[in-house]
Ligand binder design. Structure first.
Ligand SMILES: *Cc1c(COP(=O)(O)O)cnc(C)c1O
Length: 390
């Protein structure tokens, strides 16, 4: 049946997912059971990485990455304005200083030329940039080869906020995320490619970083004999760092493994939907469709469609309401983070500082994109959008 309203995103669960969770609920462990490690192993396979740590949510993952990378007060860490708040907040959690670099107009990911300029400006005043949190926005990979070149040239740490891009490929490589970045962050919130309800993971090829985030995930405690100062007996543990309870449950991880088995079909379906949208909107000057760098594979967490409001003769709010009247419940990804009151007030950012991001925000809506949409749904969505724009 045709839904009356289409949201921008939605989870896809089937009876196999339900059984996977039920199975764990009927067993002995609700948390800290065997499914956590199993899910971590599955994530490693998927991302061609050597280590993964499943955590309570993606924001917790970013928090732990910043701590494990030793971000401290005085350190400058850079991200982009077009991202979810958490990509910037994790910098503040560590007490470091957040800064932004604008996005590229074509890929909507960090502009590497502007990034280098910004780093050189810092260097001129004796400030070393500690890290860059680059976001594979909407599911399109950043220019990772160039980011790696800059990271090596200027000695900064590289984090991939990969929450949108599970299933993407860079230069044909499905393992690019952990290959190029020092740490990769994932989220399994229901709108993302796979879900565990709330959930996230840190993926890395660094054994050292992995050990640190695993200790920080659970109160900074360890039972690892190699790390203990002494050994009183089998009950004995030591707290060697100030950690958190950022654990995820066993039944969530069982769901995660069950979902991960369907990832390639989910992403494939998202690409088919995107191709249908591309065909409908590409030739029409009132719309700007998301582009894909040759050789890369977009994972389409989002389909950010830009509307030329000047040609439509409408304000963004008017367009939003017309779309809503036609059953298309769009979202906006994202309100540029530097324009948020908190960031203006505490770090001195202001409107006008990142013009490409701000212009993007003015024009963009995320139109419905999730694997459960049939071709009929997609065609209906296209005709409703065209009607709203008429
Ligand atoms: C979803 C998301 C997060 C945070 O993930 P949660 O699991 O919701 O905490 C961080 N960064 C980006 C880019 C995201 O899309």
């Amino acid at each position: 049946m045709t839904p009356v309203n289409y949201a921008y995103g939605k989870q896809s669960l089937d009876p196999g997912d339900e059984l996977a969770v039920l199975d764990v609920l009927r067993g002995d462990w609700l948390t800290q059971g065997p499914h956590v490690q199993e899910f971590e192993e599955h994530l490693c396979k998927e991302l061609r990485a050597s280590h993964a740590t499943a955590v309570a949510n993606g924001t917790a993952g970013l928090h732990l990455i910043g701590l494990a990378l030793s971000w401290k007060p005085g350190d400058v860490v850079i991200t982009t304005p077009i991202t979810f708040l958490a990509s910037a907040n994790c910098i503040v959690y560590a007490g470091a200083t957040p800064d932004f670099v604008d996005i590229d107009q074509v890929t909507y990911t960090i502009d590497t030329a502007l990034l280098e300029e910004r780093i050189l400006t810092y260097r001129a005043s004796g400030v070393h940039v500690k890290a860059v949190v680059a976001v594979d926005f909407a599911g399109h990979p950043c220019d990772w080869a160039q980011l790696r070149v800059l990271a090596d040239r200027y000695g900064f740490q590289l984090v991939n906020d990969n929450c949108h891009a599970l299933g993407a490929m860079y230069g044909g490589d499905p393992g690019y995320a952990a290959a190029f970045a020092d740490a990769v962050n994932l989220s399994f919130h229901p709108v993302k490619h796979i879900t565990t309800g709330e959930g996230g993971a840190i993926v890395t090829n660094s054994a050292e970083l992995d050990q640190q985030v695993k200790i920080l995930r659970s109160h900074g405690m360890t039972k690892d004999p190699a790390l203990l100062e002494r050994q009183d007996g089998p009950w004995y543990y030591e707290m060697i760092d100030l950690g958190f309870n950022y654990r995820i449950t066993d039944f969530q991880c069982a769901l995660g493994s069950s979902q991960l088995r369907k990832l390639s079909s989910f992403v494939e379906r998202r690409r088919q939907i995107a191709a249908r949208y591309d065909a409908a909107f590409a030739g029409d000057s009132r719309f700007i469709i998301p582009s894909v760098r040759p050789g890369d594979a977009h994972a389409y967490h989002l389909y950010p469609l830009q509307f030329r409001l000047d040609l439509l003769g409408m304000t963004k709010l008017e367009l939003y309401q017309r779309l809503k009247e036609n059953g298309i419940l769009c979202q906006v990804h994202y309100i540029p983070v530097h324009t948020q009151p908190y960031y203006r007030k505490h770090f001195g950012f202001s409107q006008g500082m990142f013009p490409v991001s701000e212009a993007f925000y003015e024009k963009v809506f995320s139109i419905p994109m999730y694997p459960g949409l049939t071709d009929e749904d997609v065609d209906l969505i296209i005709s409703r959008i065209q009607l709203a724009c008429a």
